[in-house]
Design a protein around this ligand. Structure first.
Ligand code: AP5
Ligand code: MG
Length: 190
């Protein structure tokens, strides 16, 4: 059982690497952003309630996101998981820790992927050409997402630093190079 949080600003490569790591270590992969986008695409009530936050590049309410993860864990607790884009506030992290403790589990590592802002914007603008993601379409929204990350999310690193679970890697370089750095951290935790 291995629960890994991939952490970092929008565009740092969380989704790309989470998918590869999940396959390599036989873990589940949950992206809260993907779950929200799929609710929106299916036109559910939950999706409609979150559309505004996503398109402005703001965080969805903690209570909703936490319940989405709780729901996921009901059917995905038999092996570990890569958490991509969650937890994103200290409140989410506190509830998440309790949620895992209730099923005799815990976070094993949070790994921060360090990428400079200009590279983040460049990557997201490039993807935005065909991703169809509303929050990729304008540079203003992209910069707002990065600002929201700085203001509300970056602090979550302190929460896991206090628990001795925080590591950092350089998120620049090829996808293979970044993958190898992440594996080096994870292999030390196993
Ligand atoms: P979310 O879907 O989590 O988006 P994000 O954090 O903004 O990050 P991205 O998905 O854009 O980037 P990524 O880090 O996954 O990088 P990727 O691998 O795609 O969240 C979206 C929204 O949902 C939030 O704004 C919020 O509204 C809401 N939300 C989600 N979770 C929430 C939560 N917990 N609480 C509240 N609200 C929440 O890579 C980016 C691009 O770069 C890709 O095109 C990729 O191909 C490319 N790339 C990857 N690696 C490299 C590399 N090494 N070199 C060059 N290019 C690369
Ligand atoms: Mg992503």
């Amino acid at each position: 059982m291995l629960n890994i949080i991939l952490f970092g600003a929008p565009g740092c490569g969380k989704g790309t690497q989470a998918a590869r790591l999940a396959e390599h270590y036989d873990l589940y992969h949950i992206s809260t952003g993907e779950v929200i986008r799929s609710e929106i695409a299916r036109g559910t009530e939950l999706g409609r309630s979150m559309e505004g936050y996503i398109s402005r590049g703001e965080l969805a309410p903690d209570s909703i996101v936490v319940e989405m993860v709780r729901d996921y864990m009901r059917t995905h607790a038999d092996k570990g998981c890569i958490f991509d884009g969650f937890p994103r506030t200290t409140a989410q992290a506190e509830i998440f820790d309790k949620m895992l403790a209730e099923i005799n589990s815990e976070v094993d590592a949070m790994i921060f992927m360090d990428v400079p802002e200009e590279e983040l914007v460049k990557r997201i603008l490039l993807r935005g050409k065909d991703s169809g993601r509303k929050d990729d379409a304008s540079e203003d929204v992209i910069r707002n997402r990065i600002e929201v990350y700085r203001q509300q999310t970056a602090i979550v690193a302190d929460h896991y630093t206090k628990q001795g679970k925080y590591s950092e890697i350089n998120g620049l370089g090829t996808m293979d190079e970044v993958f190898e750095r992440l594996c080096n951290v994870i292999d030390q935790k196993r």
